[in-house]
Write a protein that binds this ligand. Structure first.
Ligand code: SAM
Length: 187
């Protein structure tokens, strides 16, 4: 009955993103979210994906080509904190997805970090359209993960209630730092 945090993220994306929308995958990694988003936005939509790892970007590019979805995805090998350098219009983004932590089966020393994550989130907020969502899957079991979790929670908790709804979706009886979702909806 209760969906995992990751599954619930996908449910929210299916409910809120429409064909033709523009969305951001802030942490492309192996491209799982990128592919899902590319399917949801359809042939007229656009996915803008960021990752700092060249291998992640090129592996995802290959997956997109194989699935014939590459035309609707712009992959950028750069940190998501540079999101304001790519002429994305204000109030144009239906959803932005973040998966924090390290790339599974990748180099575990390359992780998202509190400063750049917060910088990116601050820059994405004005890009969201009304009803737009930022969905952040927080993995925090690794070194430095707890600090990032606290920083992101504190950032999200401080957002004004008149402009944003902020939801934490978490299982509270699971062991070993279970990942959880923070969802920010622009009013
Ligand atoms: N969503 C991905 C998937 O489907 O496989 C998993 C993402 S993984 C948990 C986190 C990713 O964030 C890594 O691939 C890492 O290279 C990337 N990353 C770390 N810092 C980043 C930054 N400042 N900007 C963009 N990506 C970053």
């Amino acid at each position: 009955m209760l969906q995992s945090a990751l599954k619930f993220t996908h449910t929210l994306l299916y409910q809120s993103v429409e064909e033709g929308d523009t969305v951001i995958d802030a942490t492309v990694g192996n491209g799982n979210d990128t592919l899902l988003l590319a399917k949801i936005v359809g042939p007229e939509g656009t996915v803008i994906g960021f990752d700092i790892q060249r291998d992640a970007i090129s592996a995802t590019k290959n997956r997109l080509i194989e699935a014939d979805l590459n035309q609707r995805v712009q992959l950028i090998e750069a940190g998501h904190e540079l999101v304001d350098s790519f002429s994305i219009k204000e109030s144009s983004i239906a959803a932005a997805v973040y998966n924090l932590g390290y790339l599974p089966k990748g180099d575990k020393s390359i992780v998202t970090s509190p400063d750049t994550t917060i910088e990116s989130l601050s820059k994405v907020l004005p890009l969201l359209k009304p009803g737009g969502l930022i969905l952040i899957m927080i993995y925090y079991g690794h070194e430095g993960g707890a600090e990032e979790k606290e920083a992101v929670l504190s950032f999200a908790q401080s957002l004004p209630q008149k402009s944003y709804d902020v939801l934490q979706y978490a299982f509270i009886n699971q062991k070993n730092s279970p990942p959880f979702l923070l969802a920010i909806e622009k009013k």
